[in-house]
Write a new protein. Structure first.
Ligand SMILES: NC(=O)c1ccc[n+]([C@@H]2O[C@H](COP(=O)([O-])OP(=O)(O)OC[C@H]3O[C@@H](n4cnc5c(N)ncnc54)[C@H](O)[C@@H]3O)[C@@H](O)[C@H]2O)c1
Length: 350
């Protein structure tokens, strides 16, 4: 989350005090306060809004406590580790009247914003098939707690599949799910040690993950049947034996097919496929610019846009861009893929 001129970042909290101190120095006001217990931060009546940037399993508790303390909340993606937690966050938002938004900043990447505009301009017609992808051949995060199920709730599906799915639902503007089937695999994460992993290339720098403590899935696949008959295939992996990644330089991509045309973001620009003068044609829309650059640098633009929209909403000058209701559907689908994988059955939505 970037600093915006209209807001002051006046307090920081982390269980590890040095991290909170470092963030306060980097982003905060000169007299920014530092806490290790977030309840103390929430007790400050001067604080108007809170950003929840902790591992996934604590998103719900901290966000709900914040809203009950009268703070508006921007919570990182995914909204929550389970559908129950996400539902609770919606309920507390409604109870308290606070604003709640989720950090799906991939929507602001130029290629994704362009794709959305192409769709809104009617080039695709009725979209009935979508692919939401982020398959990394080797891209296991090696910092933080990403491979710890207890803290994150899952692996690549909940961490990066969540971005691909959010983009796809948002572009299709379709949140009405009929049922979900899926499978998550726990194969390579534990199997491959330092000798057999090959080159794990998360941020353009080779690194080795700890296969002994790895306890989340390493790939997951889901089929989402929408109430209007449309189908979405969701694919996510941090480790999968395939020659090439599906995604673009480590970022989520979409591939959408409609009655008038289709588009994809696989190459880092929007490729609109349509029929022109009775011939199939591909039109490239936009320039290939950040974040699709080698080395997984997302650049600052998406975060700045997110901060700008959030700051305006806090000032009562605009709407939230990512609604918690949209993010709830994403979390429900991810939860359903895990459930379907456990039970071997489809999960029907009401
Ligand atoms: N929007 C995006 O593209 C994006 C990118 C990266 C991470 N994220 C999300 O941000 C969240 C954090 O990811 P990260 O990479 O920064 O993880 P991280 O592990 O590097 O940082 C999390 C920090 O939270 C602190 N923490 C944990 N529990 C706490 C608590 N109860 N109170 C105060 N501090 C607490 C930890 O000490 C740690 O310093 C995750 O949910 C992740 O999915 C989103």
């Amino acid at each position: 989350m970037a600093q915006e001129e209209a807001v002051e970042l006046v307090a920081f909290c982390d269980l590890i005090p040095e991290r909170a101190e470092e963030a306060a120095k980097k982003y905060g006001t000169p007299d920014a306060k530092v806490y290790t217990d977030y309840h103390e931060l929430l007790a400050d009546p001067e604080i108007y809004a809170v950003h929840v940037l902790t591992p996934n399993v604590s998103h719900c508790q901290i966000s709900c406590d914040a809203m009950r303390a009268g703070k508006h909340v921007l919570c990182e993606k995914p909204m929550a580790a389970t559908k129950e937690d996400a539902k609770k966050m919606l309920e507390v938002r409604d109870e308290t009247g606070m604003m709640l938004t989720i950090g799906y900043q991939y929507r602001h990447f130029p290629v994704n914003a362009t794709a959305k505009k192409v769709i809104e301009d009617g080039w695709l017609g009725d979209i009935y098939y979508g692919e939401a992808s982020l398959l990394r051949r080797r891209g296991v995060p090696t910092w933080g707690v990403f491979i710890d199920k207890e803290k994150q709730g899952g692996g690549p599906l909940i961490d990066i599949g969540t971005h691909a799915l959010d983009l796809t639902l948002w572009m299709m503007n379709n949140y009405e799910v009929d049922y979900v089937v899926g499978t998550s695999f726990e194969k390579l994460g534990r199997l491959l040690d330092a000798e057999t992993q090959g080159q794990n290339n998360y941020r353009g720098e080779p690194d080795v993950w700890n296969h002994e403590s790895y306890d989340v899935e390493d790939s997951a696949f889901g089929m989402i049947k929408m109430k209007n008959g449309a189908v979405i295939n969701l694919r996510a992996s941090w480790a999968l034996n395939m020659a090439e990644d599906a995604g673009c330089n480590g970022q989520a991509t979409v591939n959408l097919c409609g009655t008038k045309g289709g588009l994809d973001t696989i190459t880092g620009v929007v490729r609109l496929n349509h029929v022109v003068a009775r011939q199939t044609a591909i039109t490239t829309v936009g320039k290939k610019i950040a974040p699709f650059i080698p080395g997984f640098s997302a650049g600052s633009a998406p975060r700045s846009k997110e901060a700008e929209i959030w700051t305006k909403a806090l000032a009562g000058e605009g709407d939230l861009f990512v609604t918690a209701d949209q993010a709830y559907v994403v979390t429900r689908i991810l939860d359903a893929i895990y459930e379907s994988s456990r039970t071997g059955k489809p999960v029907f939505f009401d």
